[in-house]
Design a protein around this ligand. Structure first.
Ligand code: AMP
Ligand code: MG
Length: 541
């Protein structure tokens, strides 16, 4: 355990970097005998299986220096050693590795899809870092497992870049999320029909080094419950409580209710941050993509909405818009309902009644969290009468004018008092200019100004209050999010072996709340180009 002020020794090579403790997951049932596809295995949580490494011409695309140093205790120079890329490619297993693939199921687009599982990911082991935190180290794209079904076990470069930048950006934007430390690409290819429209092409395969305290999902419990594997369901639920929810006691007869309540509320806290904090649309909100720790997990066809639209659909394969931005809270609450169903076999009938009661409160809880988040974004510390309408009106105007989500809030944060009047010039505030074309803008701005003045009453001087307000708002309204057009440009270059843009975007997203000159020069916070609005992101990965 690191003491305050103590410097951490950063490991310089992979001989020094090792799994020095057994992973806790060896306490759970692991199938040791299958290398074949399994569609009907029972009573296991993992299958032992070694990665199938990428071999041909491995190149390191990018790393997260923060994840390397602060999670893995690695010296950033380690990435200059060939063995690092070989490790990420799955060629070199660290000392003490015990690779497994996890068995889970899931509801996809509202229907039970049966057993899914890690079809292309291997958990290698658990690294206990210098802070004393235990992280599960996973490779994604590292070859077939018993859960691959008809698939090839690989991930393509474009999807790996999206996940790597997506999760690292979300971390720095303040979203609880799984992490990624590095990404390699090889000359090995796989075939993908990106838009599922009969145009398959060869794409290069990539592997990502992913990190999370745990990779368990709602579907981890659902599969056991659906199949009537109640003893293992109880064992896994108790394991999760013991390892990840230390405030819940294993001797507590209501522990599964408490577990459910904690996961439900964490998950809704997450969705409120997505909705109100960032305009983030996950794109594939199946229960196999819902973390039991309330983390954002499995970034595929996600999108940060540009022009605000509650109907924004990030995933072009979601024709009906089931997972549209504005529907996420309802979808997530429905998913939480599936988690409740999964836990039912562990509950008495009165406990089931208690759980139904908790479920009924979630809608209001989520709405309140979303409002709370929006109030912070517009610089209001606590709710007063009329605030909800103020926020709703702003969103209506944004929806009707197509004003940009990220930049509207940031530019409101940066508004000078002289600009807070109806005919204010709004200088270079391109998103507010667009918003101000709405007939109600002037009236809304007057109300907003008045409301802020009420907030300032207690402040000693209005000038001081203004500075403080701007600082506070800038700390919750990012300048940069990884917009689809930025990702797309970075991916296009990476496909030609030029990784500069990927690395620069990753670097910029380390400080998303700070204006950065080079990112400004590259237009990262400017109006997105017209082609950005025609971009289609599919769930093909
Ligand atoms: P995802 O869309 O990545 O969340 O994946 C949904 C399910 O399909 C998971 O069980 C994945 O492991 C599996 N899957 C997706 N792509 C592949 C692939 N190329 N090879 C094997 N399994 C895959
Ligand atoms: Mg998934």
């Amino acid at each position: 355990m690191k003491m305050e002020g103590e410097t951490v020794y950063l490991k310089k090579n992979l001989t020094e970097w090792r799994f020095s403790q057994y992973p806790k997951y060896i306490l759970l049932p692991i199938d040791e005998n299958h290398n074949q596809n399994i569609s009907n295995t029972k009573n296991v949580v993992f299958s032992e299986v070694t990665p199938r490494p990428l071999e041909r011409n491995i190149q390191l695309v990018c790393v997260s220096e923060d994840a390397l140093m602060n999670i893995l205790d690695m010296d950033p120079d380690i990435v200059n050693r060939e063995e690092f890329a070989e490790f990420v490619a799955g060629q070199k297993l660290p000392y003490g590795a015990l690779p497994v693939a996890h068995r889970y199921g899931g509801h996809q687009y509202g229907s039970w899809a049966g057993q899914l599982g890690d079809g292309r990911a291997h958990i290698l082991g658990e690294y206990v870092n210098s802070q004393g935190d235990r992280w599960q180290i996973q490779l994604k794209g590292s070859g077939q497992t018993p859960y691959s079904r008809i698939h090839d076990g690989r991930a393509v470069l474009r999807s790996a870049i999206r996940e790597m930048i997506g999760c690292e950006a979300c971390h720095f934007l303040g979203i609880p999320t799984t992490r990624a430390a590095g990404l390699v690409v090889s000359d090995e290819t796989v075939i993908r029909d990106m838009y599922y429209n009969g145009n398959p092409r060869r794409e290069r395969a990539a592997v990502m080094l992913r990190l999370a305290p745990s990779w368990f999902r709602f579907g981890s419990l659902e599969i056991l419950s659906k199949n009537g594997e109640v003893a293992v369901l109880r064992q896994l639920s108790d394991f999760i409580i013991k390892e990840y929810f230390p405030d819940i006691h294993l001797s507590d007869e209501n522990r599964f209710i408490r577990l459910f309540s904690e996961i439900a509320h964490r998950t809704l806290d997450l969705v409120a941050k997505w909705q109100a904090g960032l305009g983030f649309t996950h794109g594939l909100l199946n229960t196999d993509n819902m973390s039991l720790l309330g983390l954002a997990i499995d970034y595929g066809p996600f999108g940060f909405v540009d022009s605000y639209d509650g109907g924004f659909v990030a995933n072009c394969s979601d024709g009906e818009g089931k997972y549209a931005l504005g529907k996420q809270p309802d979808v997530v609450i429905w998913n939480v309902g599936q988690l409740a169903n999964a836990l039912k076999p562990l509950l008495t009938s009165s406990q089931q009644g208690h759980m139904s009661h908790i479920l009924k409160t979630l809608d209001t809880y989520c709405k309140n969290k979303i409002l709370e988040t929006f109030l912070m974004k517009v610089g209001l510390k606590e709710e007063r009468w009329g605030d909800e309408q103020l926020v709703e009106k702003l969103l209506d105007m944004m929806q009707q004018t197509g004003a940009d989500f990220t930049s509207t809030f940031r530019q409101l944060a940066e508004l000078e008092p002289s600009e807070m009047v109806h005919e204010g010039k709004l200088e270079d505030k391109w998103s507010l200019k667009r918003l101000s074309s709405h007939p109600s803008w002037g009236c809304w701005l007057d109300q907003y100004r008045e409301r802020l003045d009420k907030e300032a009453v207690d402040a000693n001087s209005l000038g001081l209050f203004e500075d403080e307000r701007r600082r506070r708002m800038c700390s919750v309204n990012p300048v940069y999010v990884p917009r689809n057009w930025l990702l797309q440009e970075a991916i296009a270059d990476a496909e030609k072996d030029d990784f500069q843009k990927v690395r620069f975007l990753l670097e910029t997203m380390r400080n998303p709340y700070e204006v950065q000159p080079e990112a400004e020069r590259r237009g990262f916070s400017a109006q997105p180009p017209q082609w950005a609005f025609a971009l289609k992101i599919s769930c093909s990965t």
